[in-house]
Every structure is written in structure tokens, then in C-alpha cells.
Design a protein around this ligand. Structure first.
Ligand SMILES: [Zn+2]
Length: 415
């Protein structure tokens, strides 16, 4: 080996070492049931005809069956999100269409994927080496102020619902527009919102406080009889975004027995990135609006993916934050709330490609395990973060549901 070749060799091994997963990290990662609680892939299923069995190496998506397998992803909560702008006037229909799109994928790939509705289903899928597909509704507007629709969604398999998305609905204030005086707010959760929370508890649907305004969060915690989740939220102490949770909120989730599933989106985990997004926000929004107007003028139906395409171009102008930023958030939540109250809520396929360096898809999840190991987390704690905590909370939500239903049955027979 000449000098040139040996120095090249050193350079290559050094750069590989930065990404290499050690056998110990690999063993820890591969022995875990990994649960991610938020991926927006159904937008692709429905509007792009994307097949989760896709094997195109050039596909920019974060989720496919191959990518899930490579990252040992055991369970994914697919986000059922009716974009309030492009599906206005037919939220319920869009919600049903989105739910159907997940079932369609599972039906196409019965050997590698199965619909899952419980902790027991997730464990069964893990044993059968299949991806467990679960569903969570993103945004209480999907129920159109109708408790019957909420129950229908549960029957179809939806196992969490964020009380709001970025839009305040008729019964829950959102962090996305809480400072907008044009929006009618409710000082948190309105009475009907409290009924929604209790009905979710009774049925066994996890109450998800990601996206809600701070007051809605505190009202939800005070109302819920079961632990709550934040399916995709990070820490505000590190990155000052209203979508993130303050340390007080993190401590309250810990007291409630719930879990905060860390969002990977660059603008939620890195303050430099967040500021860069803020600086170009007006221009980026104008570009999105121009594209929407152009499509509408041409008589085309506009979907979230049309807007996403423009947002990707703007996101790509900002350098990606390091993976360290994401790990800092997991670590902060683990320190403030406790290691029993933190997990993963990637927001895969919902962030216009804006993820930290090294995380290009679900296949890169082992890098998170490696980074946690490097920070001194032990195997038991890493397993909790990767999915154990979420499974504990989900079990508790199932237990509270059985208890509430038994109470209701006793009351009705004694009358
Ligand atoms: Zn979201």
C-alpha cells in the first residue's frame, strides 16, 4: 500500500467510523420492538399511488417495507391527516379515504405487513417479522364535531388522535394559530373537547397532545383518565418552537404516566435551522400559494403533495442540522421527564425532506441506537426509548378502557 492509498484508506475508515454501527449497537437495535408514532406516508398512498413495497433506490420517501426492515422498524402509526386547506368541506370523507389507503397497502403485502390495533397485535407482528401498521388521526377536525364519527374511526382501527392539528377547531385550541386574533379560541379545551377526551379514554384511543396549544395540553392532562402521548413533539427548552413542549409540560406528562415521542423535523430540533426557516418563511409561503393558484387556474385538484413539492425546494436551501441535535432532544426529554417517558415520533414523509444529517429514511434508525449507546444509555433504557415506553402507555390506555367499560356496564345493570 503506497502512502497515497493508505491515507485514502484512513480517510475512508474515518468517515465510515462516523456512521458505522458497532456489533453491540446492532444487537441492541435488532432485539428491540421499535415503534414510531408518526409517518405521513398515507398522503403518498392516496395521492401518489405510492406502493409501500417500492424498491426504487432513488425514491426520496422515508418509509417502504425494505427501509422498515433495514431499520428493524416493528410498528408504524400512519398519520391519518385531512389537510384543512385542500380537503375543506369534506374532512370525514378525506379521513375515511386515508384510512382505506393504509388497509390497501396491508392487503397488497400480507406477507410483510399487517394491520394492528393493540399491543398484542404489535407483538404478534414482531414475532411474524411483519411491519405492524397502526393509524392515528392528526387533527380533531376529522370528527366534524360528531362523537359518532369519533367512534366510527375507533371501530376502523384508529388508536390515537391529536386533539388539534395546526388549526384550532371548534373545541380545541392549536399551537399553530394561538396568536392569530382572527381565529375564535376556547381558552384551551372546550366542554365538548373534554367529552371527546373521555370518550377516547373509554374506547381505548390514545389522547395525543402534539400540535395543541399549551392551555389545551394542560386541560387535556387534567381531563384524561389515561396516560396521554405526544406522538411527534420535541423540547422547547432546546428549540424555541410553539410545537415543542416546555419542561413543565414534560414533567406533567411524566406525572401522568405518558410518553413524549421525539419529532425528527429539523426546525423542531435545531434552533439554527428553525431561525433559517423563519427568515425565509414569507417567501416560501408566497411560493406555495403561487403554485396552488397556478394549479387551481389550470383546473387541477390541489393536494398536500403539491404544496410539499415547493416546500421541499425551500427546505433544501438550508443546511441540514447534525444528528446530534436530534439526540440532544431525546436526551433532554429523558433527563427532564425521565427515561420512561420518551420515544420516537419521526414525522417521516411529513417534513418536506427536512431531517438531520444521516437520517434519510427508516433504514437509518440504527444510528439513533448507536448515538444513544455512545452517550452512555444502557440496553434496557434504549429499548424503552425505541418502543417499550409507547407499548407500556398503550397497554395502560387499553386497561383504563376496559375498566371504564366495566364501570359503565355495572352502572347500567344496577339501574
Ligand atoms: Zn404533525
Amino acid at each position: 500500500m503506497n502512502i497515497f492509498r493508505s491515507s485514502l484508506f484512513l480517510l475512508l475508515t474515518a468517515s465510515l467510523a462516523a456512521q458505522t454501527i458497532t456489533p453491540r449497537a446492532r444487537a441492541i437495535h435488532n432485539s428491540a420492538i421499535i415503534v414510531d408514532t408518526h409517518a405521513d406516508t398515507p398522503q403518498r398512498f392516496l395521492y401518489q399511488n405510492f406502493d409501500i413495497g417500492n424498491t426504487d433506490p432513488k425514491d426520496i420517501g422515508h418509509i417502504s417495507l425494505d427501509k422498515a426492515r433495514a431499520g428493524n422498524l416493528g410498528a408504524e402509526f400512519f398519520s391519518i391527516w385531512a389537510d384543512p386547506e385542500t380537503t375543506s368541506g369534506h374532512f370525514a370523507r378525506s379521513t375515511f379515504d386515508m384510512i382505506d389507503s393504509v388497509y390497501q397497502q396491508a392487503a397488497r403485502h400480507p406477507d410483510r405487513m399487517m394491520m394492528a390495533f393493540s399491543v398484542a397485535d404489535i407483538e404478534r407482528a414482531h414475532k411474524q417479522k411483519k411491519l405492524a401498521a397502526l393509524m392515528g388521526i392528526e387533527g380533531g377536525h376529522s370528527i366534524e364535531n360528531d362523537i359518532h364519527l369519533l367512534r366510527d374511526y375507533y371501530r376502523l382501527g384508529v388508536r390515537y388522535m391529536t386533539l388539534s392539528w395546526s388549526n384550532t377547531n371548534e373545541w380545541a385550541d392549536s399551537s399553530g394559530d394561538i396568536d392569530d386574533p382572527k381565529i375564535q379560541h376556547h381558552n384551551g379545551l372546550a366542554d365538548f373537547g373534554k367529552q371527546v377526551v373521555l370518550e377516547m379514554n373509554r374506547m381505548g384511543m390514545m389522547v395525543d397532545i402534539s400540535h395543541v396549544a399549551d392551555k389545551t395540553f394542560f386541560d387535556a392532562i387534567a381531563t384524561s383518565r389515561a396516560p396521554v402521548i405526544a406522538s411527534h413533539s420535541s423540547a422547547r427548552a432546546l428549540t424555541n418552537h410553539p410545537r415543542n413542549m416546555t419542561d413543565d409540560m414534560l414533567r406533567d406528562v411524566a406525572k401522568n404516566g405518558g410518553v413524549v415521542q421525539t419529532n425528527f423535523y429539523s426546525a423542531f430540533i435545531d434552533d439554527n435551522y428553525r431561525k433559517a426557516v423563519e427568515a425565509q418563511k414569507q417567501d416560501a409561503e408566497a411560493a406555495v400559494e403561487a403554485r396552488v393558484a397556478e394549479l387551481k387556474a389550470a383546473g387541477k385538484t390541489v393536494t398536500y403533495l403539491d404544496k410539499d413539492q415547493v416546500e421541499r425546494e425551500w427546505a433544501a436551501k438550508i443546511p441540514r442540522p447534525p444528528l446530534k441535535s436530534l439526540i440532544d432532544h431525546i436526551d433532554h426529554i429523558a433527563k427532564v421527564a425521565g427515561v420512561d417517558h420518551v420515544g420516537l415520533g419521526s414525522d417521516f414523509d411529513g417534513v418536506s425532506g427536512a431531517l438531520p444529517e444521516g437520517i434519510d429514511s427508516a433504514a437509518d434508525l440504527p444510528k439513533i441506537t448507536q448515538a444513544l449507546l455512545d452517550r452512555g444509555y444502557n440496553e434496557k433504557d434504549i429499548h424503552k426509548i425505541l418502543g417499550g415506553n409507547l407499548l407500556r402507555v398503550f397497554s395502560e390506555v387499553e386497561r383504563v378502557s376496559r375498566k371504564m367499560q366495566a364501570e359503565a356496564a355495572r352502572t347500567s345493570t344496577s339501574q
